[in-house]
Design a protein around this ligand. Structure first.
Ligand SMILES: Cc1ncc(COP(=O)(O)O)c(C=O)c1O
Length: 370
């Protein structure tokens, strides 16, 4: 069979399941822009939770870095060295995470691959929450460890599995990317300490917390610059000896080009804004907007579970007709029967935009609690 025939068959299977995805071009800055037919939209799809993507200080820092160091980094850092901006950003990230050290990766995806393949060697068991992000799942696949999945946030299940397990890594999202709920980090850290397991926490969406004390467990924090820091890239924060080991063993660090100086400079400026009184105000605003849509919900990821795929797809299309970009999420990203709209809020949304969203969701019968 020619490859072209195989490809046609595979695509036909995707079509038959009604699941062919296509990429939409959106001409946008921040949360607003135009669709390819020229109609205006406001995005409730982005992970730019604090609106830092187009913050003047962030954009200016990227411009300055571009002027000073040029567009690309040239090669992997072990080959071509780092620019000073990479080091400055790592210091700022380590301080923010109260860690000894931080190491940049080109993406959060690469950071998860690097950590799990480095610490999940032969003879290790990795315990992974069943709802962890795909980059964790792929990191587990790359690791040569045994991988066992525990029921979502189920401490009893995990405790039973950890008993007698030997050298172990426990990995969890801090905020789960499809449901927006939080992991029980304090309890997970206690369990890890009890069983001498390394705890790996992916804080990609943890813009409002959880803020758990993880010590005395041994732990690493994984983060991304691509969501509420408005830039692009990922990182791991932890003890220096651990990040030194990553420099020497993590193939997704060693064999890939460093993030661009402009990305690093943008992220550094974003960390500075986020840790200033302005950052406090942005988080307060975000909290208030979340409470308008889903009072008390812990994160800006708001799932509106509708059940059938067609209902989720039709609802997303109806919202887009009103200029509201809200993604429909369906299998395989979420379990069958739990297709949903995934609303993400940002401090940069206006009150009026959120009012429009609420009205449109109510009209669709998709919102019962607000
Ligand atoms: C929980 C989680 N971890 C990691 C990633 C990957 O981060 P990045 O987009 O920087 O590769 C994402 C999102 O893409 C995520 O939702």
């Amino acid at each position: 069979m020619r490859w072209a025939e195989w490809v046609a068959e595979e695509n036909a299977l995707i079509d038959a399941a009604g699941r062919r995805r296509t990429i939409r071009d959106l001409d946008a800055r921040g949360l607003t822009g135009t669709l390819d037919d020229g109609t205006a939209f406001v995005s409730f799809a982005s992970n730019d939770y604090l609106g830092l993507n187009s913050h003047p200080a962030v954009v200016q820092a990227a411009h300055e870095a571009l002027d000073r160091w040029g567009a690309g980094s040239g090669s992997a850092r072990l080959i071509a060295g780092a620019r000073p901006i990479h080091r400055a950003l790592e210091q700022a990230l380590a301080e923010w995470k109260a860690a000894e050290s931080a190491l940049l990766f080109p993406t959060g995806y690469a950071a998860n691959l690097g950590v799990l393949s480095t610490f999940g060697g032969p003879g290790v068991t990795i315990f992974s929450d069943e709802l962890n992000h795909a980059s964790i799942v792929d990191g587990c696949r790359l690791a040569r460890a045994d991988v066992r999945t525990y029921r979502h946030a189920d401490l009893d299940h995990l405790a039973a599995m950890l008993a007698g397990a030997g050298r172990s890594v426990v990995v969890t999202d801090a905020v789960f990317s499809m449901d927006g709920d939080e992991a029980p980090l304090t309890e997970l850290a206690a369990l890890c300490h009890e069983h001498s397991a390394l705890l790996v926490v992916d804080e990609a969406h943890a813009v409002l917390g959880p803020h758990a004390e993880l010590a005395p467990a041994e732990y690493l924090r994984v983060g991304t610059l691509s969501k509420f820091l408005g830039s692009s890239g990922g990182f791991v924060a932890g003890p220096r000896e651990f990040t030194d080991l990553l420099v020497n063993r993590a193939r997704s660090f060693i064999f890939t080009t460093a993030s661009t100086p402009a990305d690093a400079a943008a992220a550094l400026a974003a960390v500075q804004v986020m840790r200033s009184p302005e950052g406090d105000a942005l988080r307060t605003r975000l909290r208030a907007l979340i409470d308008r849509v889903a009072p008390g919900h812990p994160s800006p990821i708001l799932p509106v579970v509708l059940g059938e795929e067609t209902r989720a797809m039709e609802s997303a299309a109806a919202l887009l007709d009103k200029g509201l970009l809200v993604p429909a999420i369906r299998p395989p990203s979420v379990p069958a029967g739990t297709s949903r709209l995934r609303v993400t809020l940002s401090a940069a949304h206006t009150d009026d935009q959120v009012t429009r969203l609420l009205g449109a969701l109510r009209e669709l019968g998709a919102l019962t609690h607000a």
